[in-house]
Design a protein around this ligand. Sequence first.
Ligand SMILES: *[C@@H]1O[C@H](CO)[C@@H](O)[C@H](O)[C@H]1NC(C)=O
Ligand SMILES: *[C@@H]1O[C@H](CO)[C@@H](O)[C@H](O)[C@H]1NC(C)=O
Ligand SMILES: *[C@@H]1O[C@H](CO)[C@@H](O)[C@H](O)[C@H]1NC(C)=O
Ligand SMILES: *[C@@H]1O[C@H](CO)[C@@H](O)[C@H](O)[C@H]1NC(C)=O
Length: 606
Amino acid sequence: MALLTLLLQASVALSAVQCASAKQPNILFILTDDQDWHMRSFEHMPFLQKYLVHEGTLYANHFCTVAICCPSRVNLWTGRAAHNTNVTDIFAPYGGYPKVVREGINDDYLPVWMQNAGYNTYYTGKLWNQHSVDNYNDPFARGYNGSDFILDPNTYEYYNAYMSRNNGPPVSYKGEYSPDVTAQKAYGFLEEATQHPEPWFLTIAPIAPHSNVKLEPFKDLESDVPQYAERHAHLFKDYKIPRDANFNPSKQGGTGWIKKLPLLNDTVIEYNDEFQRSRLRALQSVDEMIEQLVKTLDQKGLLDDTYIIYTTDNGYHLSQHRLHAGKECGYDTDIHIPLIVRGPTVPKGHTTSLVSSHTDLAPTIMRLAGATRDDFDGLAMPFSRQDILEAESTTRHEHVNIEFWGRALPEGKYGQYDNPDGRTGGPDWAGDLPTVRNNTYKGLRLIGQDYSIYYSVWCTGDREYYDMTRDPGQLENYFDDDDEKMVAKRDAYELAGRPFAHVVDRLDALMMVLKSCKGRACVEPWSVLQPKSGIRMLQDALEQKYDVFYNEQPKVSFDECALGYIREFEGPQEVNVMGAWDQELSEPKMRKAPSFVYHGNPHLLT
Ligand SMILES: *[C@@H]1O[C@H](CO)[C@@H](O)[C@H](O)[C@H]1NC(C)=O
Ligand SMILES: *[C@@H]1O[C@H](CO)[C@@H](O)[C@H](O)[C@H]1NC(C)=O
Ligand SMILES: *[C@@H]1O[C@H](CO)[C@@H](O)[C@H](O)[C@H]1NC(C)=O
Ligand SMILES: *[C@@H]1O[C@H](CO)[C@@H](O)[C@H](O)[C@H]1NC(C)=O
């Protein structure tokens, strides 16, 4: 009888836990460093394919919004656009851990919110840039029940990591392979997490496949191919980077400093192929970790209660557009990234074309946790078959707002540009690094039913427009006035039956809203411009009766190429909002300027 009671109690207790965990699932988040979609390295990770892609959903139109680590990670862990976090660089004064702290983000980001929602939280690997052996305790990174952070300045030395465990003094892992060390820590935290009755949120952020970097902050930087574990040295011997149209193209596209780049020579191309082989090898350690984690979850009977999210902070280019190794550009190589999710509700073996970005992940994870906030600039993503199918049929939204401030920094031992804008480095950042300075731009990636576009406006006044249904490699810039062929193409261009200038008017207006949007305005930007018209997509806004309204909008512009988000240099901030009275009228003279302006206040919308 006593035994029966005990058993009954045990099963009641068990079902209570199961019930709680069904409501609040465990979340395992794997975040690699610099893993692009374009070169498809995720297809060379057999365990990722077996355990996540085949057992889950591949989000084929997922983007980061700022193509560099620290700003992108802040975007990811806050669900807020970079123009709202104002962490826009990897180092001071515009970015890095001290800036994260100064902006209040260390006290107010996803792990803290998850703890408040009842989760135990764990993190191992790289958290931010400039999170270092000198400042890791000033203050400690908040929000984790267990942590083991890889610290600067050694973050990208694959065989020479320093890590701080649970806020303890940094420990050297010299001679050990950093992604393998991170994997070991992850197994430990998984063990610890599963000892407690509460649901858990474990993030694993290995440095693979980032380049190997020796960093002397504010002085020097020596970057080379990523290093790998000895056991993977024999792999990918014959691999070459896909020779896509934009691979070291004979006819260069782009604008600004990119347009001026010379062809890469054979020495650099061979080096870059080896660079990518090394990236693939480095990723094999991550791949093995995936198998180990999935098997452990399975053994513990937790696999069906756990969401596994696999992604990266930003993409990477490596010979595309004649670029040396690196990121920081607005091209798909740099912003289009893999996102793979497996979990209780997630369809198996599905690939979805839904458009999403890192801004959407914090809202998504909060929703899984049964919690919410009202300061998100993103929209929770559908994770169940029904929601995904529904979103696919209604077009959830078609835009991604891309932002970048500051420099482009070529990596690898040949990573140097011939000073195309007449200036390198700068005393305000990193000595005489071979950086390109005028790399501040705003971008808009739009993927609709019948179109796929990238539009950008640079601090230099340069602009780009690529029609990616015809030109997926982004080589034909319709704003290239020096190219007669492009000028002719532009004159003949039509999208949804509308000429180029009218299309660009709409994109400009959309970018005007997105560059300073907050909250729902970031998700439904058309409704800021035309609150009463029910417009959700570019093709609706392209209607001829709106031509004057869009033509008269203030345009995105910059007064100066700043290295951070200095609003005074960023041109007009307000858009014209279509008044209720003039929207349906077809007489052009009646469709005059609107009555009030949008000041970036999301409450106007609700
Ligand atoms: C995890 O940390 C939170 C916040 O400090 C705390 O409330 C919770 O009890 C901790 N969990 C465990 C298992 O210690
Ligand atoms: C190839 O280009 C690199 C980088 O610009 C340069 O350092 C190298 O000398 C060049 N090699 C040859 C053989 O021209
Ligand atoms: C690049 O930026 C510098 C500093 O803001 C500026 O002086 C220069 O004119 C810019 N170059 C171009 C091509 O706009
Ligand atoms: C962003 O931060 C920089 C550096 O702290 C500051 O100068 C700038 O004014 C901030 N921008 C905005 C829009 O708050």
